[in-house]
Design a protein around this ligand. Structure first.
Ligand SMILES: [Zn+2]
Length: 273
């Protein structure tokens, strides 16, 4: 008994060491370099996201609510592609990601970028808040940042460790059916939960740097925020989630603007030539 406890403790220690020593991105000008708890692999997180995304797109497609406005779809895809071009500043491996960008026709104010670059923007967000291109870039930059930081993978890891205990996670390496079910459950829990405030702050910081590098004014991250807060009512979009004190978040974005404005100015100068 004592011995098995010792073994379990060793496995936990080993996993925590492995898990705690990784950061999914380079730190960028904004300096995001928190070490992350990652028990679940990128492949497992991406497989979960791809399955979730395919089901969602299928659902909206069968309701004839997918990319129904060609002009709006083209607009969103153009902004996304400029941001995606800059993702390499944080993670060179994203050039191999199979990015997908679709617009869902819905009154809901929502947008997300799931693991591996599977993005959706809801038309309600753009239409009801009358978002400018720069503001759309602010929302998408924020969502892309969640994917670059692999926040869902981290949330899956946390959820898995909470559900079954770290010793069981060790035996998932072989991934029998039981392991697959547990992972599926962890994926489900992780996708349904809002991100922590710390993850949201990272997404804000990386998001404004992506915008700046792509030539979108990072100040729009503030204006889109204010629009969303003024809108009130209903379920808050992901962009507004987990924030008991929005003023803190605005202050944090403002504090990071001076670091990214030179990137924005440089991009503007080059694109004018
Ligand atoms: Zn977020």
């Amino acid at each position: 008994m004592l011995q098995s406890r010792f073994v379990t403790a060793s496995i936990i220690a080993a996993l925590l060491t492995l898990g705690a020593c990784a950061s999914t991105t380079q730190s960028g000008e904004v300096g995001v370099q928190r070490k992350q708890f990652l028990l679940v692999s990128s492949q497992q997180a991406e497989a979960g996201a791809a399955q979730f995304y395919a089901q969602e797109m299928q659902k909206y497609s069968s309701k004839r609510a997918l990319n129904t406005d060609p002009q709006q779809t083209a607009r969103v895809r153009e902004i996304a592609s400029r941001l995606i071009d800059q993702a390499g500043a944080f993670r060179p491996d994203t050039r191999r990601w199979k990015w997908e960008v679709n617009v869902i026709t819905s009154k809901e104010l929502n947008a997300y970028c799931a693991a591996g670059g599977k993005m959706a923007v809801y038309s309600g967000l753009i239409d009801s808040l009358r978002l400018t291109d720069d503001e759309i870039a602010a929302v998408m930059g924020h969502e892309i940042a969640h994917a670059l930081r692999e926040h869902t993978r981290e949330a899956m890891s946390e959820s898995l460790a909470q559900q079954v205990g770290v010793s069981v996670v060790a035996s998932l390496a072989g991934l029998g059916q039981g392991g697959t079910n547990l992972l599926a459950n962890a994926t489900h829990v992780a996708i349904g939960l809002p991100f922590s405030r710390q993850k949201e702050r990272e997404a804000d910081e990386i998001g404004i740097e992506l915008m700046a590098r792509a030539g979108y004014d990072p100040h729009s991250a503030l204006s889109v925020w204010r629009k969303m807060m003024a809108n009130g009512g209903g379920r808050p979009p992901e962009f507004l989630s987990t924030h008991p004190d929005p003023a803190n978040r605005i202050r944090d974005i403002e504090a990071h603007l001076p670091r990214v404005m030179p990137l924005y100015e440089a991009t503007k100068k080059t694109s004018k030539k």
